[in-house]
Design a protein around this ligand. Structure first.
Ligand SMILES: [Zn+2]
Length: 261
């Protein structure tokens, strides 16, 4: 599933391909995309210039010159194919942005779960998202107070997009390993020092993720995860066997020694 680093990588590619360019045609190829990209929506988008492409959490926002927004979410498997309008459509094409200059951006998704929707200038999308984890304005004290609103253990709390935007199952587990914090530690009872370690850990994990997003794209071998999907393998720090547990319905991974408390 694309997490924050993969979505950030996709947004940068898309931005280079479409920013400043004019939409010639917006096309939906699948019934689920036709539900949101109705004929009136595709007409409204045509002729508009894409002034910026930004990421918020795992959402992608294409900001148009009339103030409207195209909101895209990859969900489990989405991605962009960026090529030219004279090519045959790639497999699993769900929606296409044809540009005036002959380029195009095709939203592809084998499972067809990705979403794309248009939001009028007077009604921008409302996203219930916390701050970006890499935003310098997110201090350890603010991070701690956001976590403190949550009941229950810290790792599922990190997955709540309204606490912090964009942390998914992989990077939340990796963050707890970096910080040496138990997955079961209560979110509401972290000391300031532990909250600071967890925030640093989240940023370290996302940093590796940004490197890997580029490596995946180039077909290169990714940096290994520290705990994610490594059940039974030795911890990089202490050599203990990584363990897997189910927590809030998801498989999650930790080092029983480094993350004892
Ligand atoms: Zn360890």
């Amino acid at each position: 599933m694309p997490e924050l680093p993969e979505v950030e990588f996709a947004v940068r590619r898309l931005r280079r391909a479409v920013r400043g360019r004019v939409i010639a045609q917006l096309r939906a190829h699948h019934p689920s995309q036709r539900r949101t990209l109705t004929p009136s929506v595709t007409r409204a988008a045509e002729g508009r210039r894409i002034v910026e492409v930004v990421r918020r959490g795992k959402h992608q926002l294409l900001l148009l010159d009339d103030g409207a927004t195209l909101l895209v979410h990859f969900k489990m498997d989405g991605d962009w194919v960026l090529d030219r309008r004279d090519r045959a459509l790639p497999p699993h094409a769900r929606a296409t942005l044809d540009l005036h200059d002959g380029r195009r951006a095709v939203l592809v998704d084998p499972r067809a779960l990705c979403t794309i929707s248009w939001h009028a200038p007077h009604a921008p999308p409302t996203l219930d998202l916390g701050p970006e984890p890499e935003d310098p304005a997110l201090t350890p004290a603010r991070f701690r107070s956001r976590l403190a609103r949550k009941r229950g253990p810290v790792k599922p709390a990190l997955l709540d997009q309204s606490v912090v935007a964009g942390a998914g199952n992989i990077y939340a587990a990796e963050a707890c390993w970096h910080a040496g914090i138990s997955l079961r530690a209560p979110a509401s009872a972290l000391s300031l020092a532990r909250a600071a370690r967890l925030l640093d850990g989240l940023r370290a994990a996302l940093g590796d993720g940004h490197v890997n997003a580029g490596r995946y794209h180039r077909g290169e071998r990714p940096l290994p995860f520290r705990v994610y999907d490594r059940e039974g393998q030795p911890c990089d720090r202490c050599g203990s066997r990584i363990r897997r547990i189910a927590q809030a319905g998801r498989s999650t991974y930790f080092c029983p020694r480094c993350q004892a408390r």
